[in-house]
Design a protein around this ligand. Structure first.
Ligand code: SAH
Length: 264
């Protein structure tokens, strides 16, 4: 059991980035903050299944799924602040990094407005780590020297699509399944090649992780059965993953061959 807070003593809030969903990718600071917490308010994208082994704090599920807001953002902020004002050491555990499409800035602002001390522990964002789970480097020498991280929550404007298509670097899209059709068609209209490689990586680091690779021109059909959470990657780096995978498979085959020769 977590210790009772001392009467009259003010608590504080720590926003913790939980990484893409596996306890293995929590930072050391995140593990310490969880260990010291009295209460943890957690999201569904955070590594919540492992929480019981990481902390003895009270665990509160404020998980949200697209379209099913279990606890509203405003209520989450009120709950966090009220708990800290009661004297608790509160952890707000979020998926990935708190400041990447995580509404972390709003949660900090509501603590500041209520006079509650607050700090933020960065997390491993899914924007980089989920492509990596599929072997895709978001940058690669002589292939892509920039990556842009985009929210697919709302459709992009024509102007944004034109700029994005003109950049020539890797495009990473979070929350992009619902607008995938619109994005692919829009990038084509903006002049991107229809054979530009594209990947959809679903459920990174979780059971059922799946990668679908296609091209901009046929991704909408290829990814018809894909669901959230997923990260989309558009760019030549997707081919690097395919080449590396081929290499890894060839190495494994050589290892097997060497082992069987040595064994015989
Ligand atoms: N703050 C988070 C992002 C929150 S937005 C971060 O930095 O990662 C939620 C989106 O993140 C999801 O819709 C999905 O696009 C992506 N995402 C988070 N975890 C994921 C995972 N394990 N696998 C695939 N996508 C994931």
């Amino acid at each position: 059991m977590a210790a009772e807070p001392a009467a009259g003593q003010a608590g504080h809030v720590t926003l913790v980035g939980g990484g893409p969903g596996t306890g293995e990718l929590l930072t050391v600071a995140a593990v310490k903050a969880l260990r010291d917490a009295d209460v943890v308010f957690y999201d569904r994208l955070a590594p919540y299944q492992e929480l019981a082994s990481l902390t003895s704090a009270e665990l509160v599920d404020v998980g949200k799924r697209p379209g099913h807001h279990k606890v509203s953002q405003g209520d989450i902020e009120k709950l966090m602040v009220a708990s800290a004002l009661e004297g608790n050491n509160v952890v707000r555990l979020k998926g990935g990094d708190p400041y990447v499409f995580g509404r972390g800035g709003e949660e900090v602002a509501s603590c500041v407005a209520a006079g509650v001390p607050v700090r933020v522990i960065s997390g491993v964002t899914s924007a980089v780590s989920v492509p990596a789970a599929a072997g895709i480097p978001v940058t690669h020498r002589e292939v892509s020297h920039m990556f842009t991280v985009v929210s697919g929550h709302a459709p992009l404007t024509e102007k944004e699509l034109t700029h994005l298509a003109g950049l020539g670097g890797t495009i990473v899209v979070l929350m992009g399944i619902g607008t995938l059709h619109h994005l692919a068609a829009g990038l084509r209209r903006a002049g991107m090649r229809s054979d530009m490689p594209m990947a959809v990586v679903e459920r990174g680091y979780r059971p059922g992780q799946k990668t679908t690779i296609a091209e901009l021109g046929n991704i909408a059909t290829a990814a018809a059965g894909c669901s959230n959470p997923a990260v989309l990657v558009i760019g030549e780096v997707v081919r690097v993953a395919e080449a590396n995978r081929g290499h890894a498979e060839a190495e494994a085959e050589l290892d097997r061959l060497a082992a069987s020769l040595l064994g015989s």
